[in-house]
Ligand binder design. Structure first.
Ligand SMILES: O=C(O)CCC(=O)C(=O)O
Length: 282
């Protein structure tokens, strides 16, 4: 499997994120972009404003706004197309995630976000994994608990274009989540990243990050795939998801199929063949 270059390893340790340019081909960008537009009209998990506890998603018949340029935040997207399952272990990104996290990992969530232009959303900054993980940071030399891959499906060419915004190096500092005004994409130290459709950002759960406002005149579309150490389990599914039937052995393992029925101790010590399975040699 491919490994981080020396330069990438340093950037990962120092900044807490990487950009993989051209991770998706142009026909894949169009394909995934169309898929996102298509499942707007299909049932799925979305935030239901004001009706659920923070960060929880509810089942909706369709996205509230059918305009493909409007906001959408759809979770658990693997069942919409086989291509979303295949993306779980896409070589250009997955190899590097394994190099960073080690082999004892599981796939924990998938998401498609469309950030509309000009809707007044100011952006926000957070760390991943909610209140608990917010208290946990990594060192330069430690494996992270969780890592996200964010695939850009739109070009992001200037500031305030819905940019993925990061505070380089912040994965090693406690996030100041109770400031007034809150830490955000225009706080000193924030870097609004630009990129091309097809690029992929890989970042640690502990990095202060989030979207910037989008005043670009066009929607910004992304896919987000999250991986965590196996002991943490998945965020998106209570049980092994049905899509596992359409997955390769490695994808099955990443979706939580250990090859035996659940018993206390499962996901604690990993299956005997975990390293070979993740490295793709079984
Ligand atoms: O840029 C976005 O739309 C949100 C990405 C993000 O902050 C996250 O996935 O945690």
């Amino acid at each position: 499997m491919q490994k981080l270059s020396a330069e990438q390893r340093t950037q990962w340790a120092v900044d807490g994120y990487l950009c993989i340019e051209g991770a998706l081909k142009s026909e894949e960008i169009d394909f995934f972009s169309n898929e996102i537009d298509n499942f707007r009209s299909l049932p799925g998990w979305e935030p239901i404003s004001g009706m659920l506890p923070r960060g929880h998603y509810g089942w909706v018949d369709k996205c509230a706004d059918q305009n493909t340029e409007a906001f959408m935040d759809r979770r658990d997207i693997l069942s919409y197309n086989q291509a979303f399952i295949e993306l779980i272990d896409r070589k250009e990104v997955f190899d590097l995630i394994v190099d960073i996290m080690g082999p004892n990992i599981i796939f924990s969530m998938s998401q498609a976000i469309v950030r509309a232009s000009g809707d007044g959303f100011p952006g926000y900054t957070h760390t991943d994994g909610g209140e608990g993980q917010r208290e946990i940071r990594v060192m330069e030399t430690s494996r992270p608990i969780a890592v996200k891959a964010m695939y850009l499906l739109s070009d992001v060419e200037g500031p305030d274009c819905g940019n993925f915004t990061v505070f380089p190096g912040s994965h090693m500092r406690p996030i100041q989540f109770n400031q007034d005004p809150p830490v955000g994409p225009n706080t000193p130290g924030a870097v609004q990243l630009t990129g091309k459709a097809g690029d992929c950002y890989i970042f640690s759960h502990a990095l202060w990050h989030g979207p910037a406002a989008n005043n670009s005149g066009k929607a910004r579309k992304t896919l987000l795939y999250n991986y965590c150490q196996m002991f943490m389990r998945c965020y998106d599914f209570k049980d092994i998801p049905e899509v596992v039937e359409h997955a390769s052995p490695r994808q099955r393992r990443l979706l939580g199929d250990l090859g035996y029925d659940f018993r206390p101790g499962s996901y604690f010590y990993v299956p005997d063949d975990q390293t070979e399975m993740i490295m793709g040699v079984v």
